[in-house]
Write a protein that binds this ligand. Sequence first.
Ligand code: HEM
Length: 127
Amino acid sequence: DQFATPYEAIGADALSQLVDAFYLRVHKHPLLSPIFPDDLSETARKQKQFLTQYLGGPSLYTEEHGHPMLRARHLPFEITPERARAWLSCMEEAMDELDLDERFQAWFFERLELTARHMVNTPDTER
Ligand code: HEM
């Protein structure tokens, strides 16, 4: 491929737009909004840093916050399989909105599915 890293394939601008489109949906999602802060600007800033390095770009997240330890950082929140699916559906809709390259999107989404599954720390509640 003509790109050295997936980060270069998507580009900083599209990645930033993707994260913003994603958190707009998170903010409105009935299962997700209760565990996120009302003001998502700092969360979005960190996610842009994180996804930059996740995609092989500069280590912006680690430089400012140290080792990601993502699963540990998510332990304070009840992440059920249902919430993981909700997170992923917000991401998929954001990706569709951005009109990313289809092959890139499929590859990126698969990686996020694995990471999201790894964040699950609470079983679904029976209602
Ligand atoms: C932070 C939820 C999956 C990356 C957070 C926060 C919540 C959350 C509630 C704290 C927000 C804040 O206080 O600012 C979830 C849920 C997920 C999920 C419900 C469903 C599986 C993921 C995935 C990734 C990710 C798949 C990475 C690909 C991050 C990052 C932060 C974060 C980088 C910021 C950590 C920090 O405070 O430094 N997430 N998350 N999350 N999440 Fe997730």
